[in-house]
Design a protein around this ligand. Structure first.
Ligand code: DGJ
Length: 732
């Protein structure tokens, strides 16, 4: 059992292979956070809790005339508001009286094997109950008859701990939940840097680091989607920690909507971290007997730097977050027509691109936006999910069969959560969108957001999509979402529940995705939100891959894919070779380098292959054949970052196959610089005692490749945007 409870000392010790996490029930039921870090065989309390009288830190025991104890100075686990702690609370509840003071104390606990699912929400899971143990700590506010259950699941082998919280109103007054973090934890010092993944459209998940300062530092989304602006992820790096060494604490929210990841450093340099649904513009009415479930937070500690943390997240998400038959399956190489044709295509054009793709070894054709309603540009037809007869007079089935005949699978784009004002659906159901009655409805890309907090709207979308998916041999769906929420409100919710709309929307979306992915288990779903605008674990639970960014420029992608890899596995990252000059940034890069960047993800093409020269076709053929050969290693192997594009003019990373018998290293140089020195690439993750043969026949020990390194060929000094790949095979 990975969770132990010391009854006498009231200490919970949660242990993974390499990590310990310790809680203590102090005084009459306060839950204190005592330790999280490298594994300790037995916690005997060397770093004992002390409390002394601190000016301006009040005491919750006035009747005892006791001035030393204050919640303001205790390292806590799920702190409340109003009873002597002035730092950011983990939760906040308003009573009918208007008061927001609550007082939760530990009541009971339960430890059991396995990990239960979360009602209506995505979460990591176990395939059998031996893979994780769960601790539920039941807190109660006796005055309110409020029960709060803190759940901890420990993936012992996976080296991760997940947390979530359930609020249950067992009293007879209406409570209003104003804040409900998924986790909170206090660290005893502030010697950390905060790392987050932030950016914007076409520039997602830049790695940003800053030393912690006194006060609050946070990242959040108020957009109704997890967003490209900030990913729902935060890490603390102990001073001196880096890619390969040092202590890292990662926090990732399994949620696709508004979130807040918050760090507060207080007057005594205690650091409080929390992550959860954004309390901004959120309130949830909890009537008697109702309950509220928070999303799950996935917490990872690594003493092997960011690389160690990433590999823990990658393994867990690949195997125990993603689901369905594609979880463990190699993903097909696709050709998507978006950047090849945009809205301007017909069945013949599509068939030509597919036929060329087939010649070159591609496996799946994806028909992007523009196949439905009257859609010839982005001003109309979202919501009208029936085929555009002008473009595809034979219908979808005919086209899909023509593509199948060429020998490719057929995939289709949808944007199910949206509707254009110019659509039959909106004309018929103008109240089916997120809106407030008294204001005009702002549009984004001429579209409005369907009100997925409504069951009838969700059911209608499920029906429409199911009809299309049944109408033709479709084996892949690209699920797009291209605007954020404004004028947030729902026509069906009463005034006191309007601030529930954004979260209810997410619950509706999760149900829609759950029903569709369950009904169509043989369809591979890829999520997208103007590229990687909703690249989060919530989406990965339903759809095992995400279109990483609308920016398909190979050089921009170095940073985007590097940043994404901090948390998310390569098997989740869609990466396509596109045309030059690149459509997003205008850059011209060699086809070889575009290939080498896209080969480091779930590989595909997004350009008009029919315009390629023979030489270019040959290169595509080679890239496709190469990917097929190394695909298992790229999608399911271990990933190591070697050179950081945020820190210089180069990037490099590598893959090691699951059984360690093979490796693949990629090196990229951005701009040529005069009179550069020679470069060495020190590999990682190899077996030091084993010999590896390179493709050119050279044989080197794993130790030499890792410690002395590989020489980057001098020819790469010349020219911009150069790259190189090495394949290494273990020699037995
Ligand atoms: C945004 C996506 O990110 C693109 O790949 C493409 O599918 C367009 N939408 C289509 O409108």
């Amino acid at each position: 059992m990975s969770i132990l409870y010391d009854e006498e000392r009231k200490i919970f010790h949660l242990a993974t292979n390499k990590t310990s996490y310790v809680l203590e029930v102090v005084r009459d039921g306060y839950l204190a956070h005592r330790y999280w870090g490298k594994k300790i065989s037995r916690f005997r309390d060397s770093n004992t809790l002390v409390s002394i009288d601190r000016p301006l830190s009040p005491n919750p025991y006035p009747h005892r005339k006791e001035s030393a104890f204050s919640l303001d100075t205790l390292t806590q686990e799920y702190p409340g508001y109003g009873t002597t702690d002035f730092r950011t609370p983990a939760y906040q509840i308003q009573l009918e009286s208007g008061s927001t003071t609550t007082d939760l104390r530990v009541h009971t606990h339960r430890i059991f094997k396995g990990k239960p699912g979360l009602e209506g929400l995505p979460a990591t899971y176990v395939d059998n109950e031996n893979e994780a143990d769960t601790l539920e700590i039941v807190l109660r506010d006796s005055i309110l008859d409020l029960t709060v259950i803190l759940s901890y699941s420990v993936f012992e082998q996976g080296d991760a701990i997940t947390r979530s919280v359930r609020f249950i109103n067992e009293g007879d007054e209406k409570l209003r939940l104003l804040r409900a973090s998924s986790m909170s934890a206090d660290f005893g010092d502030a010697e950390y840097e905060m790392l987050h993944l932030s950016g914007g459209w076409s520039n997602e998940r830049n790695v940003i680091k800053r030393p912690l300062q006194k006060g609050i530092q946070s990242v959040e989304s108020k957009r109704g989607a997890s967003s490209p602006q900030h990913n729902p992820f935060l890490a603390l790096l102990r001073r001196g920690a880096g890619e390969d060494c040092g202590e890292i604490y990662g926090f990732n929210l399994v949620y696709s909507g508004n979130f807040l990841a918050n760090v507060e450093v207080d007057q005594y340099d205690t650091t409080r971290v929390s992550i959860g649904i954004n309390p901004f513009d959120f309130a949830w009415l909890l009537k008697p007997d109702e309950s509220f479930q928070t999303p799950e937070a996935v917490m990872v500690y690594s003493d092997e730097g960011l690389g160690g943390m990433s590999r823990i997240y990658h393994r867990l998400y690949r195997s125990r977050l993603c689901r369905g038959e594609f979880r463990d399956k190699e993903r097909p190489i696709l050709i998507n027509n978006w950047e090849a044709t945009y809205f301007d295509f017909n069945a013949d054009k599509i068939e030509q691109i597919a036929a060329k793709g087939k010649d070159l070894g591609i496996e799946l054709f994806v028909l992007d936006d523009g196949w439905f309603g009257k859609r010839d540009d982005d001003t109309s037809s979202l919501g009208d999910w029936f085929v555009n007869q002008n473009k595809l007079p034979g219908g979808l089935e005919d086209l899909a069969k023509r593509i199948n005949k060429q020998g490719l699978q057929f995939g289709l784009w949808f944007e199910p959560e949206m509707v254009n004002e110019d659509s039959d659906l909106y004309r018929k159901h103008p109240d089916w969108v997120i809106h407030t009655a008294e204001r005009p409805r702002s549009t984004g890309r001429y579209q409005l957001v369907l009100d997925f907090s409504r069951r009838d709207v969700c059911d209608a979308i499920i029906r429409m999509l199911s009809d299309v998916l049944r109408s033709a041999p479709i084996t892949y769906v690209k699920w797009d979402m291209n605007r954020h929420m404004t004028e947030i409100g729902s026509a069906l919710l009463p005034p006191e529940r309007q601030r529930e709309t954004a979260h209810r929307y997410m619950l509706g979306l999760y149900r829609v995705m759950d029903e569709l992915t369950t009904a169509f288990p043989h369809v591979l779903f890829e999520s997208c939100s103007s590229g990687g605008g909703r690249f989060d674990p919530g989406m990965l639970y339903y759809m095992p891959q995400t279109w990483t960014s609308d920016n398909s420029d190979a050089i921009s992608r170095l940073k985007i894919q590097y940043g994404t890899s901090l948390v998310y596995p390569v098997s989740a990252m869609g990466a396509h070779v596109s045309d030059v000059p690149n459509h997003q940034v205008g850059r011209v890069t060699p086809l070889e380098t575009r290939g080498n960047v896209a080969l480091s993800g779930v590989f595909g093409y997004e350009l008009d292959l029919t315009t390629f020269s023979e030489q270019e076709e040959q290169m595509v053929k080679d890239q496709v054949a190469f990917y097929k050969d190394v695909r298992r290693m790229v999608q399911f192997g271990d990933f190591y970052r070697l050179l950081n594009p945020f820190e210089g003019n180069e990037a490099a990373w590598m893959f090691v196959s699951e059984d360690g018998s093979e490796a693949l290293a990629f090196y990229y140089k951005v701009l040529a610089q005069p009179n550069l020195g020679f470069r060495t690439l020190r590999l990682k993750g190899l077996n030091p005692d084993v010999l590896y043969r390179l493709d050119d026949g050279d044989l080197f020990g794993g130790d030499e490749l890792m410690y002395a390194g590989l020489r980057v060929p001098a020819e790469l000094l010349m020219g911009d945007f150069r790259s190189k790949v090495w394949r290494l095979r273990r020699e037995d």
